[in-house]
Design a protein. Structure first.
Length: 305
């Protein structure tokens, strides 16, 4: 049954049309934000939509690096964030100077970087990757001797174990995903013995090793639809559960830990979306020089998968 729109939601819908805007929301956004979005998805899905949309304005409800990626892929569009202060602590754990130094220490290495990086860092990469395609990207680098993989040391560990490649990693991590502990998985399994455990590769290796499946958020959505299991324990940021429940009303989803909340993902609200559409602010734009170099790493990723 279709839900009645609130006054605020009607205003957002009208203004969105007037501005020729599209609202993109990451899977971790608040339910009220997911409800007014044209598309919800993971970073890879949202990047693809940003690259192909015919809208003139992209309202990006997520964190800063995601809006930057949209701007890199769609430089002719106005990309705005309803809350410009929504950053990703993991992306801030490495800057371009630090990566340049690492490259000097390993001059032969091919450089792979998680999409959770700033545009300046992306400009220093050979390949970008997301949690959906990180294994495929590293598997495609058959002939290179050394691979640098930044910034998430736990994603690097997971990719290394699943490709058999030794990776030169960075000491970055996601402060939200590391809140999910092995004892959380043990406890939830005891409460829900028939549930499948699915976790994000940003989780601690001890948590990853306990899971039935290790998946990005879009892969989790697909898994939830396709599996015969009726119950799932979800080891990622809690925001995804709203979407999983909406898409699969006959199934049950339990957060592995209620503490896995990304505060930056919760900064965006419906009020801020309306304000962003009214003011056409805050713009996220990447300089041409950085954009062109960063784009190469993203395009190389999109060519692989
Ligand atoms: P996804 O690529 O799975 O959307 O993950 C992005 C992210 O920030 C996870 O914490
Ligand atoms: Fe960054 Fe972690 Fe938040 Fe994802 S969940 S945006 S990696 S801090």
């Amino acid at each position: 049954m279709k839900r009645e729109l609130s006054e605020l939601e009607i205003k957002i819908k009208e203004l969105k049309k007037k501005r020729n805007a599209v609202i993109l929301a990451h899977n971790y956004q608040l339910p009220e934000v997911q409800d007014v979005a044209d598309y919800c998805g993971d970073s890879l899905e949202l990047s693809r939509i940003a690259a192909t949309t015919s809208a003139k304005v992209i309202v990006f409800c997520g964190v800063h690096f995601m809006a930057e990626t949209a701007s890199i892929l769609s430089p002719d569009k106005l990309v705005i964030m309803p809350d410009i202060h929504a950053g990703c602590p993991m992306a801030n754990m490495i800057n371009a100077e630090q990566l340049k130094k690492l490259k000097v220490e390993h001059p032969k290495a091919v450089v792979v970087g998680y999409v959770n990086t700033s545009a300046e860092v992306k400009a220093e990469l050979d390949y970008c990757c997301t949690s959906t395609n990180a294994i495929a990207v590293v598997n495609a680098l058959k002939d290179c001797e050394e691979i640098i993989f930044v910034p998430d040391k736990y994603l690097a560990d997971y990719v290394s174990k699943n490709t058999g490649r030794k990776l030169i990693s960075w000491n970055g991590l996601c402060p939200t995903h590391i809140k999910i502990l092995p004892e959380d998985i043990k406890r939830e399994r005891k409460f829900h013995p028939f549930a499948k455990v699915i976790v994000h590769p940003e989780c601690l290796p001890a948590v990853v090793s306990m899971a039935d499946a290790v998946l990005s958020t879009s892969q989790m959505s697909k898994y939830a639809k396709e599996t015969e299991a009726k119950e799932m324990i979800i080891g990622t940021e809690v925001g995804l559960i709203y979407k999983l429940k909406k898409d699969n009303p006959a199934k049950e989803f339990y957060p592995a830990s209620e503490r896995a909340v990304c505060p930056n993902m919760k900064r965006t609200t419906q009020e801020k979306i309306l304000w962003a559409l009214e003011e056409l602010k805050e713009e996220v734009r990447v300089s041409d020089e950085i954009r062109q170099r960063a784009r190469k790493a993203i395009d190389r990723m999109l060519e692989i998968c």
